[in-house]
Design a protein around this ligand. Structure first.
Ligand SMILES: [Fe+2]
Ligand SMILES: [Fe+2]
Length: 310
């Protein structure tokens, strides 16, 4: 597991910036929270699907019932399942058949892309990342979190881990606007070891970090508590409520696996710490990690092709 050691040393910022004064931090903190309030609410279908998929006992039929009431989503699912990627001999004409082929995770990914894709696909100037990078990082994290959960399925619902992975970094899309001319300051603080990780740098500079921003957005959207907690504690899983720690650790681990696979979101890549206490909640042996990473790579490439993400 040596490759899981966190990395501070790669900071290359050469310019030393002054620290942000406390007064300015408080102002930005309020501005960030005001920006969260301005984000529109989720569509009814998206809110309902997220609510459903946060429940460990939901079924694919429940998801179908919601999708059936959304004509645009139904049309998109049918278009995808009948695309050459699936190579069906007979075209699928019913939603039931389409969803059975595609599976729940792809349906949730498409719903989120349709609803909040404008936040997840935009370039994050505050993190130095290009259009689509955040979405790919989220998807990779979701797939990795699910793979981790599948190894621990008796205590960690895989589909909940997947959806949590998709949403975990949503706060970056808002915080990016406040970091865009200043992220070099975080890199400089990391290089000077004045902060221990990137979220610490965000708090130092802005007064709030992307995990808290995402949590506030999740609360505004009325997302289920498990999603709120995954988002809030994905970098500090030991602070999550005890009954949700397993799924929070699965997303925490999935996030690191995504970054190690080369799918971070830019300047912050691998400037986060792995909480080694994940072993108290999850069993992922060193022998399983290699297989898991290969499986993540394969499933990620398949999903990107299916969703026609480039
Ligand atoms: Fe994060
Ligand atoms: Fe992340």
């Amino acid at each position: 597991m040596a490759c899981f050691q966190f990395c501070y040393a790669a900071a290359t910022a050469s310019t030393i910036y002054p620290r942000c004064p406390d007064m300015e931090k408080k102002t930005l903190d309020k501005e960030v929270l005001a920006a969260v309030q301005r984000i529109p609410l989720l569509s009814l279908a998206a809110a309902r699907i997220l609510e459903l998929t946060a429940r460990a006992d939901h079924t694919l039929t429940d998801v179908m019932d919601v999708a059936r009431n959304d004509a645009a989503l139904t049309a998109r699912l049918l278009k995808i399942v009948n695309s050459p990627v699936y190579g069906l001999l007979e075209p699928a004409t019913s939603l039931e058949r389409a969803i059975s082929y595609l599976g729940e995770n792809l349906v949730v990914s498409l719903v989120l892309e349709d609803t909040i894709g404008s936040y997840m696909n935009k370039p994050l100037q505050g993190y130095g990342s290009a259009s689509g990078d955040l979405w790919k990082h989220d998807l990779r994290t979701a797939i990795a979190a699910k793979e981790v959960a599948l190894l621990n399925r008796d205590r960690c619902p895989p589909d909940v881990a997947f959806t949590g992975g998709l949403l975990h970094d949503i706060g970056k899309s808002i915080l990016s606007e406040f970091l865009k001319e200043r992220y070099q300051e975080i890199l400089a603080e990391l290089a000077r070891k004045e902060v221990k990780d990137y979220v610490g740098g965000e708090r130092e500079l802005i007064g709030i970090d992307h995990a808290r921003v995402g949590y506030e957005l999740a609360r505004n959207w009325g997302l289920p508590e498990v999603m709120q907690m995954v988002i809030r504690y994905h970098h500090e899983p030991s602070l999550a409520p005890e009954d949700l720690k397993t799924v929070v650790y699965a997303v925490h681990l999935g996030d690191i696996i995504a970054m190690m696979g080369g799918y971070g979101t830019g300047t912050d890549n691998l400037f986060y710490r792995l909480d080694q206490r994940y072993t108290d909640y999850l069993v992922v042996g060193p022998d399983q990690m290699g297989m898991l990473m290969l499986s993540v790579e394969e499933k990620f490439n398949e999903t990107v092709e299916t969703m026609q993400m480039h």
